[in-house]
Ligand binder design. Structure first.
Ligand SMILES: Cc1ncc(C[n+]2csc(CCOP(=O)(O)OP(=O)(O)O)c2C)c(N)n1
Length: 581
């Protein structure tokens, strides 16, 4: 109760301390404090006014950031959650406020990000009457939330919030939404809070199957060409060190999905690179040569597997995964280990033999050499022509010493950033929209990440298309002086779609060319320092100036219009058919 007592008016203090009576709105905020929340991203409106009114008294403990669009609020909460590991909290009003959250919620669902979204709702006596700003937000969010619930009585609030936090963070994390009617926000009740520790018929923490662990260890110990693929599950269970110990002991090459990136330093000798459509040559090609494939905390997304009919058919598959629904969904597991990545890796470690698979590793090195000569060197070290996205990212990596948090949007720049940033810091250093591929994610997510990790250098890498989807969050960045560095790689095209049009639609550039505004002017109008680079000679000093700047900064780099990202596995093709050009 101390929070409310500290902030409430003298008159209220007496009432609250003596009777512990609070409004639903106050009860919500007290519940959030009980869950350790100190940061909220949100946007007010009629149906959530009582909550915002109560927030006025809690401003010191609950730092609310007024975003400029609810989608930005959801993405900011995602960025905050992804960097801190704590659930991100966002507020929105009913109707359009709630529906504006949906993209962020769906993104969080597919990328396993814990969110607690609070929406205001019309008063309960108006439910179902098509009242002003009434939307069936439960119905709308049902398929994209891990759980949602409508509160119509103030005294339900603490229990609903306790459940929300438990569900969002346990097992495979995900978004939850609590919709609170206006009368429930206003009504008084006696506040009491109990954290949720279990819910009947919900078993988020699987019991480790020792037999499966033993079977996995046996396969690994007898393998000649074992291969680890890791995903975000490693980061979500903080198993970076466990993964390293495991692959180092058994001498196994390991490749990452785009959500697993930075779980190991990029230049670790056993880190062979990126999987998937624009991943590295060896990691894709040799998937179809390994004899035991060990998937850790990843879900065999189609962007990773390509055509399943010719995906790792020769290999025995070990699938370590916390969500039982993912096991045998896309790829059949010979050994299924339904477990948290850290628990499984720690159980496996003593059972696996020390090993070195020199000849097998050499195959990855040989592929890497081919890719370096054919693709990477010309991309990062061009001496003439327009600037290339890869050389920009290569320089950003060098100048920030591989220690920054890189937040990306969706498109060519996203793939390039992941391919060419040399991550040295394995603390959650890569944030992207992987599963949903949401343009507009980056700017607000980077903002949320910087709020969650103010001491880290956070760089938002965005295309000219995606930037224009949520650029209004420059307003929020300016208002709270959130020191994000925004790097726009401007090719004046919806580049990734243009690349597909070039390669698969006979260069018919149907509605992908962009006539862009003055991005520097826009940033400056928001009060943010900005600069534009077009020449190779000034690229390095401009990036350095951005990195050295104290507060928020926008750097627009004009790059080659028709730059392509290679290698590429054409959509739906076999990973063996990866193209270098
Ligand atoms: C909300 C949304 N709409 C459409 C798409 C389809 N899409 C994927 S990449 C892309 C082009 C992105 O262009 P830009 O932001 O300029 O980045 P670039 O590819 O040029 O680096 C589009 C339109 C999407 N991913 N998300």
């Amino acid at each position: 109760m101390n929070a409310l007592v500290a902030e409430a008016s003298e008159k209220e203090k007496v009432i609250i301390t003596e009777k512990k009576m609070v409004t639903g709105a106050q009860g919500l905020l007290l519940s959030l404090l009980e869950e350790g929340v100190d940061t909220i991203f949100g946007y007010p409106g009629g149906a959530i006014m009582p909550i915002y009114d109560a927030l006025y008294d809690f401003a010191d403990q609950l730092k609310h950031h007024l975003v400029r669009h609810e989608q930005g609020g959801a993405h900011a909460a995602q960025g905050y959650a992804r960097i801190t590991g704590k659930p991100g909290v966002c507020f929105a009003t009913s109707g359009p406020g709630a529906t504006n959250l949906i993209t962020g919620i769906a993104d969080a669902q597919i990328d396993s990000t814990p969110l607690v979204c609070i929406t205001g709702q019309v008063a309960s006596h108006l439910l179902g009457t098509d009242a002003f700003q009434e939307t069936d937000v439960l119905g709308v969010t049902m398929p994209v939330t891990k759980w949602n619930y409508q509160v119509t009585r103030a005294d339900e609030i603490p229990e609903a919030i306790a459940k929300a936090f438990y569900i969002a963070t346990s097992g495979r994390p995900g978004p939850v939404l609590i919709d609170i009617t206006k009368d429930a926000q206003n009504a008084k009740f006696e506040f009491e809070y109990k954290k949720c520790k279990r819910i009947s018929s919900y078993y988020p923490v699987p019991k480790l199957n020792e037999k499966a662990i033993a079977a996995a260890a046996e396969l690994i110990n007898n393998a000649k060409k074992p291969y680890v693929l890791w995903g975000q599950g490693v980061l979500l269970s903080n198993a970076q060190e466990d993964l390293k110990a495991f692959i180092e002991k058994a001498g196994i090459p390991a490749a990452w999905t785009i959500l697993g990136l930075a779980g190991l330093p990029t230049d670790h000798p056993l880190n062979v690179g990126m999987l998937g459509m624009h991943g590295n040559y060896g990691p894709n090609l040799l998937t179809n040569e390994c004899d035991v494939l060990i998937a850790v905390g990843m879900r065999f997304d189609d962007r990773v597997t390509g055509d399943l009919k010719c995906y790792a058919r020769q290999a025995k598959i070990i699938h370590i995964e916390i969500d039982p629904a993912e096991i045998n969904k896309n790829v059949r597991a010979d050994v299924a280990v339904n477990a948290d990545a850290k628990v499984a890796l720690q159980a496996l470690l003593p059972l696996i033999n020390e090993n070195k698979h020199e000849a097998w590793l050499q195959k990855f090195r040989d592929c890497a050499k081919i890719e370096y000569e054919k693709v990477i060197a010309p991309e990062i070290l061009p001496t003439e022509g327009k600037l290339k996205m890869a050389e920009v990212m290569h320089l950003v990596s060098e100048l920030s010493e591989g220690k920054a948090v890189i937040v990306t949007d969706v498109g060519q720049h996203q793939m390039v950033a992941m391919r060419y940033y040399n991550f040295k810091d394995t603390r959650r250093s890569n944030i992207t929209s992987g599963g949903l591929g949401t343009m507009g994610f980056c700017l607000p997510a980077a903002m949320g990440a910087k709020v969650g990790a103010p001491d880290r250098q956070v760089i938002a890498v965005i295309g000219d298309g995606g930037f224009q989807m949520t650029l209004q969050e420059l307003g929020c960045i300016f208002q709270y002086q959130i020191g994000v560095k925004v790097l726009i790689l401007n090719n004046n095209f919806l580049g990734m779609v243009r690349q597909w049009q070039q390669l698969f639609h006979q260069k018919r550039y149907s509605f992908t060319e962009m006539v862009n505004p003055d991005f520097v002017g826009i940033a400056k109008a928001y009060g943010i320092t900005a600069n534009k680079v077009t020449q190779r000679e000034t690229l390095e000093s401009s990036i350095q100036a951005m990195l050295d700047h104290e507060g928020p900064y926008v750097l627009e780099v004009v790059v080659e219009k028709e730059d392509n990202v290679f290698p590429m596995v054409p959509a739906g093709d076999s990973v063996s058919n990866i193209r270098l050009s």
